[in-house]
Design a protein around this ligand. Sequence first.
Ligand SMILES: [Ca+2]
Ligand SMILES: [Ca+2]
Ligand SMILES: [Ca+2]
Ligand SMILES: [Ca+2]
Length: 379
Amino acid sequence: MRKQLTKLNKLLFLSLIIGFTACETQEDQIVLHEVKFDSFGGSSVETQFIIPGDTVTKPTDPTLEDSEFMGWFKNNEPYNFGEPVTEEFTLVADWKDIYSPIINPDATPYITEVLDFSPAPGQFINYVSIEESKELIIGDNYQFISLGTYGGSVTFKFDHSIMNGEGDDIAIYGNPFEDNSEPGIVMVCQDLNHNGIADDDEPWYELAGSEYYKDETTHNYSITYYKPGPDDDQHLIKYKEKYGDVENEGEMDFNPVKPFHEHPMFPNDYVEDEITFTGTLLKSNTWFEDMGEWKYYHNPAYDWGYADNRGYENEGILRGADLFDISNAVDADGNKVELIAIDFVKVYTATTEIAHWLGERSPEIVKAADLSLLPTTDE
Ligand SMILES: [Ca+2]
Ligand SMILES: [Ca+2]
Ligand SMILES: [Ca+2]
Ligand SMILES: [Ca+2]
């Protein structure tokens, strides 16, 4: 909508700007372009009337609670305030959520809710349903869940945000013992919109452990497992894996564990006949000694930064716990990310190792805690 200069105040305004001293009838013919500002829920910004060919004066940035102003946009492009105005238009504000941690004065140290449990095939799967398994790691408990082979994961939260304090912040308890580490990669996520769930647009960050930057570590690894048909061997799981330009097909053979675990290895609870996992793959450091009749398997611990890995070295209340520092968070491209706190934690199996009769190298998760709420070990 173009506005004719009909009102006295606009006449005066225009006269001041362009120094017109001529009579009203000439001024009346100048058409100003109206530039509106849609602050998209933020504080309002005054409309400007621009002389054709002039530029818009960049207004003071609007404000919006829990949001950072990202700039003014015209037709979804950032607006250039140096551009001469030739028409009327509306500039729209763009906002980014500012994360604010959830503070709970009655916060408890341990997991309060398991949001997701997505096991991969494995020898300990199918003993308990997925729904029942979710209850096992809540609170200060001594039961555990096994995640299955590569990619199997559990996602949980607490009754508050875990702050990124000095040093380690999160304790994740497994059942590792010397020479039997089963590494789980840990990821974290912020509940930007405080709705209690990890939404698709809330990014996950890996807590980079000791192996993250090594050449032998594969990033953006993806594997799909296929459920055996009713007449097929339930201990042979076909898979397809992809990373970089590589695509492989194969079979994971769980038959050596069959004497101990006769039931099917593919999780019964999945509706689909296949399941895909994506993430970082650690090169397995499993090795064995040939004892003639059988092989003795060694699963050495990795240096640091994995669940069910090295917690046997800790004492007291931290016995069995691997410790994690939120400051090790990296984004999908491996860039360091500074997070003041986190709300969701995900742990997934880091290797595809199947150590013959010992079965898949899958982390067990017993419980997890906000380290800042645990009594210190010397108390
Ligand atoms: Ca920290
Ligand atoms: Ca959310
Ligand atoms: Ca295991
Ligand atoms: Ca274990």
